[in-house]
Design a protein around this ligand. Structure first.
Ligand code: C5P
Length: 405
């Protein structure tokens, strides 16, 4: 509760039917001691009245960029500086597009462009609009600039359709606002991750590998770090930049990855095995380049160690999270894999699906644990990583509080 006491929150409202939920959100924010100022776009007024929001926020509601009386009281730049957090809820497709383009064509857009404080958007729109590649591109642009995307969730929509695009419920948004002002949900936690493919040498110039890009593992490292965790990322060969604040160790083979993990795992709280570790390696890597003399050639393969299972089998294992890429029956196979490897949680995805999976920017996941399941919608990997990290932290806390009692 104390997290919000005295915090200054500027709530932006753009045009969407979900604006009615923002009225509850404002009431809850004030109920926990936050100061709230509301800025509406012109379209928002079609869905909720300034009078309602003025009554709930206890402050005059700002609508126009060119309002001499309001500007004299608190100018738009002052307003942008006043806030500790800007939350735009609902954030319409149009608003996201204007923000991604850096427009300053109304008061809310101008404030978001001028501010230096964290900005969070709670998208709300028709599922087709959310899935449209223009909106996906805008979401990516905003995420890359450090804007937080909270939601959307999936389900029935006011337009009668069903799919991703529902604004998160006020209580879910409250939880995320509290997280911003707590020291970070993962503060003090040591997180170790593996990412990318491994390369198993056949000879000095050839190797066995796979299509893993490392994007999901890097996005997870970034999301844990953003939550205040102390993150170490052990990665196979990828062409990705190291996320800010993350310690990165580069390896090539499964055996090198195993050695690196085993020397880093002691004392870590959460281990996430996101790497696509090659299951087999050539039994003998040849010292010289193999000549193409023979018509056929056999390469004997031997099993690589299962790094995730080895971490989970330690005497005092960290909270372990694995991935399962399946081509069919993902829930069944992933649950079996989770049990066989002895891990706490497993994130399954269908790699046969046309969208998502290896080498793609988007993915969807079914997260499974003992007696529980959470479906995460098809979305950008950075966004999906934020959702997965939230779920991992919830389950980690549950396991800990159960162990402590
Ligand atoms: O058994 P499978 O390869 O499908 O399991 C996938 C999960 O196990 C992933 O989390 C992956 O990082 C991990 N894994 C591992 N070491 C291996 C094989 C898989 O850590 N040798």
């Amino acid at each position: 509760m104390a997290a919000l006491l005295g915090r200054k929150i500027l709530v932006g409202i753009s045009g969407g039917i979900a604006a009615y939920k923002t009225a509850y959100l404002i009431r809850q924010l004030r109920g926990e001691g936050a100061q709230v100022r509301v800025v509406m776009t012109q379209a928002a007024e079609q869905f909720i009245t300034p009078m309602t929001l003025q009554a709930l926020s206890g402050q005059p509601v700002r609508q126009s960029l060119f309002d001499p009386a309001h500007e004299a009281a608190m100018g738009h730049i002052e307003l942008a500086r006043w806030a500790d957090l800007i939350l735009v809820a609902p954030a319409s497709a149009d608003y996201m597009a204007r923000m991604a383009a850096g427009m300053a064509d109304d008061l809310l857009a101008t404030i978001c462009l001028a501010t230096e404080v964290p900005i969070a958007l709670a998208p709300a729109m028709n599922q087709g609009m959310w899935r449209n590649s223009a909106t996906c591109q805008n979401a990516r642009t905003l995420l890359a600039r450090g804007v937080r995307l909270w939601g959307p969730s999936e389900g029935d929509q006011a337009c009668g359709e069903s799919g991703p695009g529902r604004m998160l419920e006020p209580e879910q948004l409250m939880q995320l606002v509290r997280q911003v002002f707590s020291t970070g949900a993962a503060a003090g936690l040591k997180v170790l991750l593996t990412a990318g493919p491994t390369r198993e040498p056949i000879d000095p110039v050839r190797f066995i590998s796979n299509r893993s890009s490392g994007k999901m593992g890097f996005a997870l490292a970034m999301a844990f770090s953003a939550q205040g965790a102390d993150v170490t990322l052990i990665t196979g060969p990828v062409t990705l930049e190291t996320p800010a604040g993350v310690r990165r160790l580069d390896v090539e083979t499964a055996l090198e990855m195993e050695a690196a993990v085993m020397s880093e795992v002691e004392g870590c709280d959460i281990f996430v095995g996101c790497a696509a570790v090659a299951d087999y390696r050539p039994a003998h890597a040849v010292g010289q380049k193999i000549k193409k003399t023979a018509q056929t050639r056999d390469i004997e393969l031997v099993r690589n160690p299962d790094i995730l299972a080895a971490v989970a089998a330690r005497a005092k294992p960290p909270f372990t999270v694995g991935f399962a890429a399946e081509t069919e029956r993902p829930v069944e196979y992933a649950q079996e894999k989770r049990k066989a490897k002895g891990v706490d949680m497993i994130a399954a995805n269908l790699v046969a699906a046309a969208e998502g999976g290896f080498e793609r920017d988007e993915n969807s996941l079914i997260v499974l644990w003992e007696g529980g399941r959470k479906d995460l919608p098809m979305t950008d990997k950075p966004h999906l990583a934020q959702l997965l990290v939230t779920q991992v932290l919830i389950n980690y806390e549950k396991k800990h509080s159960a162990e402590d009692t």
